[in-house]
Design a protein around this ligand. Structure first.
Ligand code: AP5
Length: 214
């Protein structure tokens, strides 16, 4: 199964991707997580990406496409993957089409996470992430047992640098102007499943399952 999740920042792409990983036993490929790891490890790529991420802008297409070209060649991608946060521009989508055709792969479905901006702001300002295992919580909607520690590994939880009101707004603007046009791009391929993501995490999970089976 080869899936792509498109949705606004904080829409719940990562949260739902984790469920799909266990349902289909395929990897989640999150460009955001890959970039953050590079920033944390101060790699060349991380140094190039850092400023764009902190300001809420997109990292240049050429950097992202090079990174994804290598990632999709991984052995763990042979049976499928969940693309989370890539592509984000038409140029990236065209680049992905080229990569997929070289690999003889085809996307099965594009899941569009549809949720209003007001809901996003509340979700993101209460998000906490584990700095070790990457598990994501929400202090209101999906709280950890201890608000400072990860339930799974006990490491400290942190608020992402880009989860501040100014950067959230910028990320939303970038989503509307640069990423939303991808919905039309994939509608034309007839593979889009739209999910109302204003419901609870469990309801969305069930809706995705239903729509992928129909
Ligand atoms: P990235 O890490 O991809 O961030 P994003 O797209 O802004 O998405 P998020 O990770 O913030 O949100 P999400 O949709 O995964 O939501 P989550 O499940 O965590 O990218 C970061 C930056 O990297 C970009 O700004 C850009 O600079 C760069 N970048 C990345 N990819 C790029 C690319 N392809 N090209 C160029 N640049 C790129 O949920 C959010 C919160 O809500 C959590 O607390 C969660 O618990 C909670 N929640 C989830 N679902 C629900 C629900 N139904 N009800 C209540 N709470 C919920």
């Amino acid at each position: 199964m080869k899936l792509l999740l498109i949705g606004p920042p904080g829409g719940g792409k990562g949260t739902q991707a984790k469920f799909l990983v266990s349902d289909f036993n395929i990897p989640q490929i999150s460009t955001g997580d890959m970039l953050r790891e590079n920033v944390q490890n101060s790699t060349d790529l991380g140094t190039q990406a850092k400023e764009f991420m902190q300001s809420g802008n997109l990292v240049p297409d050429s950097i992202i496409l090079e990174m994804m070209k290598n990632r999709l060649l991984g052995q763990d991608c042979l049976n499928g993957y969940i693309l989370d946060g890539f592509p984000r521009t038409i140029t990236q989508a065209e680049g992905l089409d080229i990569l997929l055709s070289k690999m003889n792969h085809k996307l099965n479905f594009v899941i569009v996470i549809d949720v209003k901006d007001e809901i996003i702001i509340k979700r993101l300002s209460n998000r906490r992430s584990c700095n070790n295992c990457n598990r994501v919580y929400n202090l209101i909607f999906d709280p950890p047992l201890d608000k400072e520690k990860c339930n799974d590994c006990g490491n400290n939880l942190f608020l992402r640098d880009d989860d501040n009101p100014k950067t959230i707004q910028k990320r939303l603007d970038v989503f509307h102007s640069q990423t939303k046009p991808l919905i039309d791009y994939y509608q034309k391929q007839g593979i889009v499943k739209t999910i109302d993501a204003s419901d609870t995490i469990e309801e969305i999970k069930a809706d995705i399952k239903r729509k992928l089976a129909s």
